[in-house]
Design a protein around this ligand. Structure first.
Ligand SMILES: NC(=O)c1ccc[n+]([C@@H]2O[C@H](COP(=O)([O-])OP(=O)(O)OC[C@H]3O[C@@H](n4cnc5c(N)ncnc54)[C@H](O)[C@@H]3O)[C@@H](O)[C@H]2O)c1
Ligand SMILES: O=c1ccn([C@@H]2O[C@H](COP(=O)(O)OP(=O)(O)O[C@H]3O[C@H](CO)[C@@H](O)[C@H](O)[C@H]3O)[C@@H](O)[C@H]2O)c(=O)[nH]1
Length: 442
């Protein structure tokens, strides 16, 4: 099938590459010429495991190409995926300007039947707005070209995006146009071979399903984070509690890890957007308001522990920081807890030496030449002369460190671990003070 994908970010590029992998003829469009230049020169603008080889293979085979030419992209695909950003507006609602601009481009230039697919995460009712924008453009030039708008939200996780797209738990298609449903079924059949993973539903339910999934996952995390704080106070261990409740099939084991707060480009923004959508309907989503407030507080938990130990004035203190990305296997720092921790440390006068396997360039872009921040070339070199170690991201390479070297290097012999990477008793055995989330050494 001929497919165009508008937007070559995490979702658009993965969607385009994975659809090409199944034999489709895909053209990816972006308004950012620097991204298209990198892609055309054989590079990948983001860090996403396994994506480079899928892209290279399909470019080589002539099934995947990149352009900044809007007219070419509109002409190319019968199916037009919109996978542009939907960042939070000032009030937390999803900013639809990029989605609607993409829709208008399609309406302005299309000459034959198009299935326009909302892949971006968009509030309930957006498909109607996309439809209206395209109709408006068609009417301006008195075109009677037919089109259908489909909601097909994406559930991939950064760091596992290719794997998630290739082997999805489910594929949601919200549509009411029979021809569009047939095309979507055919397009996704190769991803749904062992069992039918495709759920066809009405458009509004599909749009809400995406927010419901992220809101549910965020709720589980905030719930566990609050219980972790209680566990600390009561002398219980949140890890044991997690295993105890996760073994109940009704609860399940996933997304119950307490930590220093959830980040990323999705949970924080989507929780806020759903709260805003509901408030526009005169409804308060009290549970989600609490989920968000708990997460904001959780991002400061490490700072609370650090100031309890060292006081509020941190002038003259230096910290080693392991992990800048909002989660492992990505260079994405959108809404990362590391950003909150760094800003709070800077405010109190501390200096930081940070290490992250892939996100240091992104940190340099965000923080520029900040005088209180420098970078190390390895986890161990970050430790030299630091007062304490702070861990914010659970990269695999942090999981089995040389505790003797940590002890030797840290002036205050203390690890503040926001991701519960180690056994508290083991760390204590090396003569280190270990502050983690919801646990304590015996
Ligand atoms: N990142 C994720 O893990 C993830 C997962 C599922 C869903 N989503 C949702 O998917 C959407 C995209 O997210 P992302 O992380 O890929 O965003 P991103 O910021 O990485 O990429 C968006 C791209 O769209 C381009 N763009 C903007 N307007 C354009 C236009 N009119 N024409 C062509 N290109 C245009 C931008 O230049 C950018 O390259 C969002 O709604 C997000 O919530 C993201
Ligand atoms: O038990 C857990 C699991 C995750 N996290 C944190 O939650 C955040 C989000 O993690 P994750 O969901 O793995 O990453 P994303 O790439 O943001 O993916 C989420 O957001 C995407 C965008 O909407 C959806 O497509 C995915 O299904 C959804 O998992 C990260 O900061 C994690 O550290 C925890 O604190 N505890």
């Amino acid at each position: 099938m001929k497919i165009s994908v508008v937007g070559t970010g995490y979702v658009g590029l993965v969607t385009g590459a994975c659809l090409a992998e199944m034999g489709n003829d895909v053209l990816c469009l972006d308004v950012d010429p620097s991204k298209i230049k990198i892609l055309r020169e054989g590079g990948i603008p983001i860090h996403e495991p396994g994506l480079d080889s899928v892209v290279a293979r399909n470019v080589q085979a002539g099934r995947l190409a990149f352009t900044t030419d809007i007219a070419k992209a509109v002409a190319h695909g019968t199916i037009q995926f919109i996978a542009v950003g939907t960042p939070p507006d000032e009030d937390g609602s999803a900013d639809l300007q990029y989605v609607l601009a993409a829709a208008r481009n399609i309406g302005r230039l299309m000459t034959d039947y198009k299935v326009v697919v909302d892949k971006s995460t968009v509030p309930v009712g957006t498909a109607d707005k996309v439809k209206a924008a395209i109709e408006d453009e068609l009417s301006k030039r008195e075109s009677d070209a037919r089109f259908a708008v489909v909601s097909n939200p994406e559930f991939l996780k950064e760091g596992a995006a290719v794997e998630d797209f290739m082997r999805p738990d489910r594929i949601i298609v919200g549509a009411d146009d029979e021809q569009a449903i047939l095309l979507m079924r055919a397009l996704y059949a190769p991803f749904s071979r062992n069992r039918d993973k495709l759920f066809v539903m009405d458009v509004r339910s599909a749009e809400l399903t995406k927010y419901a999934a992220n809101a549910m996952l965020a709720t589980r995390i905030s719930f566990m984070n609050e219980l972790a704080l209680l566990a600390e106070k009561m002398g219980a261990d949140i890890e044991q509690v997690r295993q105890g409740i996760g073994s109940d099939a009704r609860i399940g084991t996933h997304f119950l890890y307490a930590g220093c707060g959830y980040g990323g480009s999705c949970f924080p923004k989507d929780v806020k957007a759903l709260i805003q959508t509901a408030s526009g309907e005169g409804q308060q989503l009290r549970v989600l308001q609490a989920v968000e407030a708990a997460n904001e507080a959780q991002k400061l938990v490490l700072i609370d522990k650090i100031t309890s130990r060292f006081g509020h004035d941190l002038v003259g203190k230096r910290f080693a920081l392991w992990g800048l990305a909002f989660k492992p296997n990505t260079d994405d720092m959108r809404e990362a807890t590391s950003r909150v921790v760094l800003e709070e440390l800077f405010k109190r006068g501390a200096t930081v030496t940070a290490y992250d396997p892939v996100a240091m360039d992104e940190a340099k872009r965000i923080f520029g030449d900040h005088t209180q921040l420098d970078y190390a070339s390895s986890p161990n070199t970050a430790l030299a002369g630091a007062d304490a170690l702070i861990i914010v991201t659970e990269w695999k390479e942090f999981r089995s460190p040389d505790f003797e070297q940590i002890k030797k290097n840290l002036k205050a012999s203390t690890i503040f671990d926001g991701r519960n990477l180690y056994e508290p008793d083991l760390v204590k055995g090396f003569g280190l003070t270990y502050e983690s989330i919801g646990r304590r050494a015996k």
